[in-house]
Design a protein around this ligand. Structure first.
Ligand code: PMP
Length: 403
C-alpha cells in the first residue's frame, strides 16, 4: 500500500521506502513540486474545455510540437493513451480509406474494443478481427538468432509483406502499421537496424500510414532523442502519446501532418470533454519546462548508459542474464535458462522482481514469456540509484543460483 511519492521514491503505509525503477508515468519524478504547483494554480483559476478558446492549450500545443519533426505540425489532445490510439485509428482510416491494421504479436495498445483487437498481449485474446494482422516481434536476440543484421532484417520484413498479402487475400487494404516504438510488451526487443524504416516503406507502398505509439517510451526517456522513432530513422504519419505527458495526470495526444489532419477535419467530429483542458495543459507545459530546466533527457542518456554498463557487468557473473538492451532509462534485462538455447526464464524473472521489491527496489517483468526485467524509472534517477538497483539485482540473482 503506497501512500506517498517523491522523486524516485515511493513510501508505503508502514513507512518503508522503495526505489522506483518501474513507474515511467511520473516522468520528472513523483509529485514534482513545480508540476503540483502548476496544477494547483490553474485549478484555482479556471478549468473548462476546448469549446472555449484558451491560451494555455495553444501554448502547450506549440511547445509540444516544437519537439517533433517539422512535418508533424497538428495536435489533438486526449486523456489517455488508449484514446490517442483510438483516435489515430480513425484518422488513419479517414486518410487512407482502408481498414486493415498490422501490429506485433505481443503488442499492447489500449483498452477499447478496437484496441483490444489490436493488442494480442491480452491474456485472453478477444476474438480475432479480419482487419487485424499480427507479425512476430522483430527481435534481434531471439527471432533473428545468429543471422547477420541484414538477413534478420530481411526475414522480419518478409513478415510485413506476408501480413499485407494475408489482408489482401481477405479483400482488405492496409490502413496502418501500428507499432509501439519501444516494442515494450513484446519484451522491449531490439529490432534489426533498418527494420522500422523498411516496414514503413512497405506499408506506405500498400497505401497505409505509420502510427508510432510513443505512449510508453516517448518524451525523452530514450535519452538520445525525444521520441524513439527518431532513432529508427523514420518520420511517422501519426504519433500517439500518453503516460508521461502529464506526469501522472491523465493527458494524451495525437500528432500528425497538416495534410492528414485536414482529411480528418472534413466533417468528422472529434470532441473530448476533458482532453486539452486548461489544467491538463498547464501541467503538460510544466512537465516540458522541468524536462528542460533539469536537463532530464540528457540525464536519461547518461544515467542509462551508466546503468547499462552496471547491468552488463552482472552478465559476467550471472549466466541467467542473456541480454541487456534498451537506451536511456528504458532498459530490459532478458533472463534465460541457458545462453545457448536462449530458453526464457520466466520463473526466475518473477522471483527476481519480487525479491527486489522485498529489498526495496521496484522493477517489473514483460515480454511474451515474462522473462524480461523492465526498468523505466522517473528520469531524475541518478548514478547512486543505478548502483543501488544493480547491487540489489546482483544479490538477488545470486540467490537464484543458490536455489
Ligand atoms: N500504448 C502503449 C504502448 C501502452 O503501453 C499503453 C498503456 N500501457 C497504452 C497504449 C494505453 O494507454 P492508457 O492506459 O493510457 O490508455
Amino acid at each position: 500500500v503506497v501512500v506517498r511519492g517523491e522523486g524516485v521514491w515511493l513510501h508505503d503505509a508502514e513507512g518503508r521506502a522503495y526505489l522506483d525503477a518501474y513507474n515511467n508515468v511520473p516522468l520528472v519524478g513523483h509529485c514534482h513540486p513545480r508540476v503540483v504547483e502548476a496544477l494547483a494554480r490553474q485549478a484555482a483559476l479556471l478549468n473548462t474545455h476546448t469549446r472555449y478558446l484558451h491560451e494555455g492549450v495553444l501554448e502547450y500545443a506549440e511547445r509540444l510540437l516544437s519537439l517533433l519533426p517539422a512535418e508533424l505540425d497538428r495536435v489533438m489532445f486526449t486523456c489517455t493513451g488508449s484514446e490517442a490510439n483510438e483516435l489515430a485509428l480513425r484518422v488513419a482510416r479517414a486518410r487512407t480509406g482502408h481498414e486493415g491494421v498490422i501490429v506485433t504479436r505481443h503488442a499492447y495498445h489500449g483498452n477499447t474494443s478496437a484496441l483490444a483487437l489490436l493488442s494480442p498481449s491480452y491474456p485472453n485474446p478477444e476474438p480475432r478481427a479480419g482487419w487485424v494482422e499480427a507479425i512476430p516481434a522483430p527481435d534481434s536476440y531471439r527471432v533473428a538468432g545468429e543471422r547477420s543484421g541484414e538477413e534478420a532484417c530481411a526475414s522480419c520484413l518478409r513478415e510485413v509483406d506476408e501480413a499485407i498479402e494475408r489482408l489482401a487475400r481477405r479483400g482488405i487494404h492496409v490502413a496502418a502499421l501500428l507499432l509501439d516504438t519501444g516494442l515494450t510488451s513484446d519484451g522491449m526487443v531490439r529490432a534489426p537496424p533498418g527494420f522500422v524504416a523498411g516496414a514503413v516503406e512497405r506499408v506506405r507502398r500498400a497505401g497505409g500510414v505509420f502510427i508510432a505509439d510513443e505512449v510508453q517510451v516517448g518524451l525523452g526517456r530514450v535519452g538520445t532523442h525525444w521520441w524513439a522513432f527518431e532513432a529508427q530513422g523514420v518520420v511517422p504519419d501519426i504519433v500517439t502519446m500518453g503516460k508521461p505527458l502529464g506526469n501522472g495526470h491523465p493527458l494524451g495526444a495525437v500528432v500528425t501532418t497538416p495534410e492528414i489532419a485536414a482529411r480528418f477535419a472534413n466533417g468528422m467530429e472529434y470532441f473530448n470533454t476533458f482532453g486539452g483542458n486548461p489544467v491538463s495543459c498547464a501541467i503538460g507545459r510544466e512537465v516540458l519546462a522541468v524536462m528542460e530546466r533539469e536537463g532530464l533527457r540528457e540525464r536519461a542518456r547518461e544515467t542509462g548508459a551508466y546503468l547499462t554498463d552496471r547491468l552488463r557487468d552482472l552478465g559476467g557473473r550471472h549466466p541467467a542474464v542473456g541480454d541487456v538492451r534498451g537506451t536511456g532509462l528504458f532498459l530490459g534485462v532478458e533472463l534465460v535458462e541457458d545462453r545457448d538455447t536462449r530458453a526464457p526464464a520466466g520463473r526466475v524473472a518473477a522471483y527476481v522482481a519480487n525479491r527486489m521489491r522485498d529489498a526495496g527496489v521496484l522493477v517489473s517483468t514483460d515480454g511474451p514469456h515474462h522473462n524480461v526485467l523492465k526498468i523505466k524509472p522517473p528520469l531524475c534517477f541518478d548514478r547512486r540509484d543505478a548502483d543501488q538497483l544493480a547491487a540489489t539485482m546482483d544479490r538477488v540473482l545470486g540467490e537464484t543460483a543458490a536455489q
